[in-house]
Design a protein around this ligand. Structure first.
Ligand SMILES: [Mn+2]
Length: 276
């Protein structure tokens, strides 16, 4: 009997390069350790779920690219999303070029498929957004510099996610987001422990993102098996949606605070389909 295919994903996010750790070490050094450990896990894919950097400078972003490029040098494909901090100095146009030059895929509403042993794993993702589009920019200045009264960012991100979901055709499929797929702790187990800072301002995430994935899973044969998100500073590492979809909080910041491994390794097991 033929063996099933094991496709290993190593996922992290929230490197926040440019900020120091609580103990004073640099997050650049910490991220370097994380990437080297992830490479040692021999993953088939590395996922980075946004907030590469902290203050938004290109200097920080070049450092991020230099560190994560070690995975590309080890021939491991890398996909990533932006996070809100990556927008802080409005340099994402240049960052997109740096990402592309490093042979890394920026997930922005497209689906990409990775072959292994005659099978394929589909990945789609977007940064996402939170439910604050109508509050004044002063209230969000520590959060996301794109926020404007009447912003359509959330609607646009949900639209891109729906498009990416519709393009999935893998034997196993996953989604990567920066923002969590819900806007309240009671709707999302991975948000348990997140303090009021994000929750009371509705800056946690957006349930529309979760609804899009749930809708896809009810109607498509190419169901999403795992959802990765970042963004949380304190949240817990694992949860699931009401529909039972596993949700993983990849935030190295939150994981480091809980003194657990600052990345997650997920093995997708794909059976030989002919005998199913
Ligand atoms: Mn964030």
């Amino acid at each position: 009997m033929e063996q099933p295919t094991r496709f290993r994903i190593a996922a992290t996010s929230d490197a926040h390069i440019g900020q120091d750790l609580p103990d004073g070490r640099s997050r650049l050094d910490f991220f370097n350790e994380i990437i080297q450990e992830m490479i040692q896990q021999s993953p088939d894919l590395i996922v980075f779920g946004g907030d590469a950097i902290h203050t938004g400078t290109l200097k920080e972003f070049r450092q991020f690219i230099q560190v994560i490029s070690q995975a590309r040098k080890a021939d491991i494909p890398v996909v990533m999303t932006f996070g809100n901090h990556d927008h802080w100095k409005s340099k994402t146009a240049t960052m997109r070029r740096l990402i592309s030059d490093a042979n890394i895929t920026l997930l922005d509403g497209q689906a990409v498929h990775f072959p292994k042993n005659g099978k394929e794993v589909g990945v789609t993702g977007v940064e996402g957004y939170c439910e604050v589009p109508d509050i004044a920019i002063e209230e969000t200045r520590y959060h996301d510099m794109r926020a404007r009264r009447g912003s359509t960012i959330l609607k646009d991100e949900v639209g891109k996610l729906e498009r990416g979901l519709s393009q999935l055709h893998g034997d196993a499929n996953v989604v990567v987001l920066h923002y969590p797929p819900a806007n309240a702790e009671e709707e999302l187990a991975t948000a348990v422990g997140e303090p009021d800072h994000l929750q009371t301002n509705h800056m946690l995430g957006a349930s529309e993102l979760g609804f899009a994935i749930a809708h896809h899973n009810r109607h498509s044969q190419y169901k999403v098996e795992v959802l990765f998100h970042g963004h949380l500073d304190f949240g817990s590492p694992n949860g699931q949606t009401d529909e039972g979809l596993p949700v993983i909080n990849t935030s190295a910041k939150a994981r480091q605070r809980r003194e657990i491994q600052p990345y997650e390794v997920v093995d997708l097991i794909i059976p030989q389909s002919s005998d199913m």
